[in-house]
Design a protein around this ligand. Structure first.
Ligand code: HEC
Length: 127
């Protein structure tokens, strides 16, 4: 009997604390992180990142698209970027032609184009 008297309130308090923590953690949890699939990440790192990240030297490319910032954008803004990515990949406009002429290894292969396009399309529809 004595045991329940001591442990009852204690367990009750623990349960309350647990519930409070659970509720506050879900309330404060950041929205689901935007993620590159491994395949897409590899493509992006090797073919796009050189210009569309802090590494890039040209401001124009950075103004248009910063890969590392995608995750932090509002959904609406990200959807817009995804539409742009889908469009440039579909047109074969990226990496820029001039760059591909100088560095043919930067050209997206058919497989990479397909993977990137599918991924961008999927995320362009996200709500
Ligand atoms: C050699 C540098 C370079 C590389 C590599 C590169 N880009 Fe770009 N990208 C640019 C520049 C410069 C612009 C801005 C063009 C402009 O404003 O005329 C741009 C613009 C864009 C835009 C915006 C287009 C628009 O219509 O506003 C998208 C989307 C984009 N790039 C995606 C990509 C993707 C995807 C890759 C990889 C497959 C890539 N880029 C690789 C330089 C690069």
């Amino acid at each position: 009997m004595r045991k329940t008297q001591t442990f009852g309130p204690f367990l009750g308090a623990c349960l309350m604390l647990f519930i409070v923590l659970l509720l506050s953690s879900t309330a404060e949890a950041p929205p689901p992180k935007f993620k590159f699939t491994k395949k897409v990440d590899t493509i992006v790192q090797s073919k796009c990142y050189g210009c569309h990240s802090e590494k890039g030297r040209g401001q124009k490319a950075k103004d248009k698209l910063m890969w590392d910032d995608l995750a932090g954008l509002s959904t609406a803004d990200r959807v817009k970027k995804m539409e742009l990515i889908q469009a440039v990949v579909e047109k074969g406009a990226m990496p820029p032609k001039r760059m591909v002429e100088r560095k043919p290894e930067l050209k997206l292969t058919d497989k990479e184009t397909k993977a990137l396009k599918r991924w961008a399309k999927k995320h362009a529809k996200a709500k």
